[in-house]
Design a protein around this ligand. Structure first.
Ligand code: IYR
Length: 223
C-alpha cells in the first residue's frame, strides 16, 4: 500500500525459522509454568511493573481500535476489605444456592469455596471494566465494537505480561460484580468484566494438580 495520510510503514523484523522455533518454544515453556494462585503473600509489588503490564495489555487489538477497557489498580486496604466483603456475599449465594450440582462438581478439584482472603492479602487487585461506549472529555459519546472480545484479549495479555514480569495472578469473577462499580466509583457505562488478583505467591503455596489438554485435543491443522 502506498504511504498516504494516516498510514505509516510497519515496524516488523522477519526472523530466521530456527530463531522463531526457539522463541516460540521458550515462550510456551515459560507460559506453561503459569498457574492461577489463590494463596498470596502480602509483600508489596512495584507500581512500575503494574504500569508496564497495563501498557502491554493496552496494545491488544480492539474493535475499530476503540480500546474499550479501563483498569483500576486497587492497593488501598479499606477498598480491598470492602471488595472482599461484597465478593464473599455473592460467593456465599453462589455456593449455597446459585450453582448447580454439576457446577459444584466441576469446581471440586480446585478446592474453592466462598471464602476469599486473597482479596485482602494480595498487594493489588486490578478491576477490569468494559466500555460498551466511550464518553470523550467533551461529553461526546461513541459506540464501541466487539467489546467482550477486545477486553478478553487485553486481559489475557495483562495476565501474560504480569507472569513474564514474575508476578502471580488469579482471575476472579464473583457474580454479579456490580459492587465494583459502586466501591470503585466508576461511571455507569462501564461494566465490571473481571477482577485480577496480583502479587507474589505465599511461601509454600499449593495449586491443584490439574493438566492441560494435549495439542491433539485443542487444535486441528488442515492442509
Ligand atoms: N467464582 C467462584 C466460583 C468459581 C467458578 C469457576 I467456573 C472457577 O473456575 C473457579 C471458581 C469462586 O471464585 O470461588
Amino acid at each position: 500500500m502506498a504511504e498516504s495520510k494516516g498510514f505509516i510503514p510497519l515496524n516488523f523484523a522477519v526472523q530466521e525459522p530456527e530463531h522463531m522455533e526457539r522463541a516460540a518454544q521458550a515462550f510456551y515453556q515459560q507460559m506453561a509454568t503459569r498457574r492461577s494462585v489463590r494463596d498470596f503473600s502480602p509483600q508489596p509489588i512495584p507500581d512500575s511493573v503494574l504500569e508496564s503490564a497495563i501498557l502491554a495489555a493496552g496494545t491488544a487489538p480492539s474493535g475499530a481500535n476503540m480500546q474499550p477497557w479501563h483498569f483500576v489498580v486497587v492497593q488501598n486496604p479499606e477498598l480491598k476489605t470492602q471488595i472482599r466483603q461484597a465478593a464473599e456475599k455473592e460467593e456465599r449465594e453462589l455456593y449455597r444456592h446459585r450453582a448447580s450440582d454439576e457446577w459444584l462438581d466441576a469446581l471440586a478439584p480446585l478446592g474453592t469455596d466462598a471464602s476469599k482472603p486473597f482479596l485482602e492479602t494480595a498487594p493489588a487487585l486490578i478491576a477490569i471494566f468494559l466500555k460498551k461506549v466511550t464518553i470523550d472529555a467533551d461529553g461526546t459519546k461513541h459506540k464501541n465494537y466487539y467489546t467482550p472480545e477486545s477486553v478478553g484479549i487485553a486481559t489475557g495479555m495483562l495476565i501474560t505480561a504480569l507472569h513474564k514480569a514474575g508476578l502471580a495472578t488469579l482471575t476472579h469473577t464473583p457474580s454479579p460484580m456490580k459492587f465494583l462499580t459502586e466501591i470503585l466509583q466508576r461511571p455507569s457505562h462501564e461494566r465490571p468484566f473481571l477482577l485480577l488478583v496480583v502479587g507474589y505467591p505465599a511461601e509454600g503455596a499449593l495449586v491443584p494438580n490439574i493438566q492441560r489438554l494435549p495439542l491433539s485435543d485443542t487444535a486441528t491443522f488442515l492442509k
